[in-house]
Design a protein around this ligand. Structure first.
Ligand SMILES: [Ca+2]
Ligand SMILES: [Ca+2]
Ligand SMILES: [Ca+2]
Length: 187
């Protein structure tokens, strides 16, 4: 006779306790790694903030179709990681900028050419890898990435870009200006 009420109490007790890990301190992330192939999910947890570095540049830079990714000039921030070689820090990186893509045959058509941007740490692209930063005639865009770094470093955050000419039928130019690179370093 008491079976059903007892189960109900147990169920209520479990619900009242909340999610098992809700109050747990986030675990320090595993060591950062290069992005070898596209991945759907990338877990990147951190703890308390240690440092926030921000670099802003207003001057415009223009590139053509280089065929490969090239550095965004001056977009580089160096951070010092944890003293112990086995310890890690989390880096959350945001890059924003006003971007224009010129040279598309007709921007009123569905756009297929793109300016692609990626964030790197110590030369390795971070998830989510290169993204289409813009496809058209000018607006502020943003890209964010996260990783963990091991040891004191120095660890260098950089940004690269290239122009992707879909169907190889355009003569593209890309311009970036008023960009900001933000590196948040967390324990
Ligand atoms: Ca094209
Ligand atoms: Ca072309
Ligand atoms: Ca740490």
């Amino acid at each position: 006779m008491l079976m059903i009420p007892a189960l109900a109490v147990l169920a209520l007790g479990a619900a009242g306790a909340g999610p098992v890990n809700a109050a747990a301190t986030p675990a320090e992330g595993t060591a950062g790694r290069a992005l070898a192939v596209s991945e759907d999910l990338h877990r990147c947890d951190g703890k308390a903030q240690l440092n926030a570095a921000v670099l802003t540049k207003s001057a415009a830079e223009t590139i053509g179709e280089n065929g490969v990714f090239v550095p965004v000039t001056d977009a580089s921030i160096q951070v010092t990681g944890p003293a112990a070689a086995v310890a890690t820090d989390q880096l959350i990186v945001t890059f924003t900028g006003e971007a224009e893509l010129g040279g598309q045959p007709n921007v009123l058509n569905p756009v297929v050419d793109s300016m692609q941007v990626r964030i790197l740490v110590n030369g390795a692209p971070l998830p989510p890898g290169a993204v289409a930063f813009t496809t058209d005639a000018g607006q502020s865009d943003a890209l964010q990435a996260c990783t963990t770094v091991s040891g004191p470093g120095p660890h260098v955050v950089t940004v690269e870009w290239r122009l992707f000419d879909f169907a190889n039928n355009s003569a593209l130019t890309g311009t970036l200006n008023s960009w900001e690179l933000h590196v948040e370093q967390n324990d």
